[in-house]
Design a protein around this ligand. Structure first.
Ligand code: ATP
Length: 463
């Protein structure tokens, strides 16, 4: 028997290894821990640790800067997680936001039918049957026909658990933007075309969560609803859509610095699109477990505002200030998952060179821009000088301090969290007021004057 691995098997194994390595690195260095670990964990819950929260915040801040701060046509919102349940009735989530589940008649295990391997099937509520399936728990083929299982998390408002008090955790951030549309129009100077951006948690009772932080029950989204006038022809909405397609790509490639060859744009075919969407593109990333959705971009027509206008009885139409014409704006929605961004960024930046492992993170994303060490931890004059440098840098840069172990171990630790520069105060520093600055990617060291250090680092990281 030939025991050598064939090319694609090796490839598969390497990819699986890569995910395992990332999960281990995340735990080891404080990016991500299993949630509630001391109590045995909780299925599919993850906590972002001290370094993870920095990277996650950097992703969100960079996104906000690009899509809100640097634009004149987009404003922000931070709405409540639990909204009036009528929102979910009007949006169609109560009726349609569900996945089909098959129940085993013998052991009552519930599982997802194979059809759901098609990521778009649930948007269409595609009819599936139990035929041809086997219970993953007991292998029985005696199965009930699939039933729809709503993915929204239910809760109760107030102390009484009565149906009148039922509420839901939002399964997406987008709907609050429609619900607040009139308030935003009345209180700001926005004029069509304009967008509203929001970053926040969303909750979905996913049936098959997994692949680390790829599919979670509690996750974060960054969404924009971009409102345009009702298009006179297809060309009009297509050109607005195209601008957003380019915008999403520029975020992925220019801001996150993700390898272009790993990104694919999948045009979602008519039969797989949600009924209200006239066009959807899924931006896919080559994750180690397959090519999967990173972000979505959809043209949702005037579906949402019309529904909320009709259901709430409020006038959610936009009145053109010049012509006086009233209409329901149409909307283009780019939707970004924060956690999937985090995972793609980690996978993309993970680099092994010989024995060395480092994260080639863009300095804008790196949890710390520099680390400062005294060469030796038992020499007060080195510690004093290094501490002074550290405190000075801290005023303008997010830097960290380390005096544990030897210098090699400190470099290795900083490499694994993607710190672009390590600054060491050594004996020469006491004489000539210079320090060693080591570059993460090349591992090369140069000497920089302490008085020029901050500008040097600021210069390097802004390149
Ligand atoms: P999928 O097909 O993978 O279930 P979706 O099409 O349901 O995703 P959307 O409803 O379009 O996803 O949500 C927008 C974005 O939110 C996704 O592109 C993804 O980045 C993120 N997202 C959605 N569901 C999850 C989840 N369970 N865990 C983490 N991120 C998610």
């Amino acid at each position: 028997m030939d025991l050598r691995l064939r090319g694609d098997d090796r490839n598969k194994m390497d990819k699986q290894n890569l995910l395992e390595k990332i999960v281990a690195l995340c735990k080891r260095r404080g990016f991500i821990y299993p949630g509630s670990e001391i109590y045995g964990g909780l299925s599919n819950s993850w906590d972002y640790g001290p370094v993870g929260v920095e990277l996650k915040n950097n992703i969100k801040q960079l996104w906000w800067k690009k899509f809100v701060q640097l634009r004149e046509d987009i404003v922000g919102l931070d709405a409540a997680l639990i909204m009036n349940p009528k929102v979910w009735e009007a949006s169609g989530h109560l009726a349609n936001f569900s996945d089909p589940l098959i129940e085993c008649k013998k052991c009552h295990t519930r599982f997802r039918p194979i059809i759901d391997l098609n990521p778009h099937a649930k948007a269409q509520g595609v009819k599936v049957s139990a035929e041809g399936h086997k219970c993953p728990n007991c292998n029985s083929t005696e199965l009930m026909e699939p039933k729809q299982f709503n993915l929204m998390f239910k809760t109760f408002i107030g102390p009484a658990e009565e149906s009148a008090n039922i509420a839901y955790f939002r399964p997406e951030t987008a709907q609050a933007i429609f619900a607040d549309f009139k308030n935003i129009l009345d209180t700001t100077r926005v004029r069509i075309p304009f967008g509203v951006a929001q970053i926040g948690k969303a909750f979905r009772n996913e049936i098959t969560p997994g692949n680390f932080i790829f599919r979670m029950r509690e996750f974060e989204q960054m969404e924009i609803e971009y409102f345009i006038a009702p298009p006179k022809d297809d060309k009009e909405w297509q050109s607005a859509f195209e601008k957003w397609r380019v915008g999403v790509l520029s975020w992925i490639l220019d801001d996150l610095g993700i390898d272009k060859s790993k990104i694919h744009e999948d045009e979602v075919p008519d039969e797989d699109r949600a009924h209200y969407s006239k066009r959807t593109i899924d931006f896919m990333y080559e994750f180690p477990f397959g090519k999967e959705e990173l972000y979505g971009l959809a043209y949702r027509t005037d579906f949402d505002l019309k529904n909320h206008g009709n259901s709430s009885g409020k006038n959610l139409k936009y009145r053109d200030p010049e012509s006086g014409e009233e209409y329901w704006p149409h909307v283009i929605e780019p939707s970004f998952g924060v956690d999937r961004t985090f995972l793609a960024v980690l996978l993309d930046s993970y680099t092994e060179e010989g024995n060395r492992v480092y994260l080639k993170l863009h300095p804008k994303l790196a949890p710390y821009k520099a680390a400062v060490f005294p060469l030796l931890a038992n020499k007060p004059e080195l510690i004093d000088l290094a501490k002074k440098i550290y405190i000075d840098l801290k005023q303008n840069l997010h830097v960290c301090w380390d005096e544990r172990g030897n210098i090699g171990k400190r470099y290795a630790a900083q490499d694994e969290i993607g710190t672009p520069y390590c600054v060491t105060a050594d004996f020469q520093s006491l004489e000539d007021s210079t320090v060693t600055v080591r570059d993460r990617d090349s591992a090369k060291q140069i000497r920089v004057k302490i008085s020029e250090l901050q500008n040097y680092i600021l210069d390097q990281i802004s390149k």
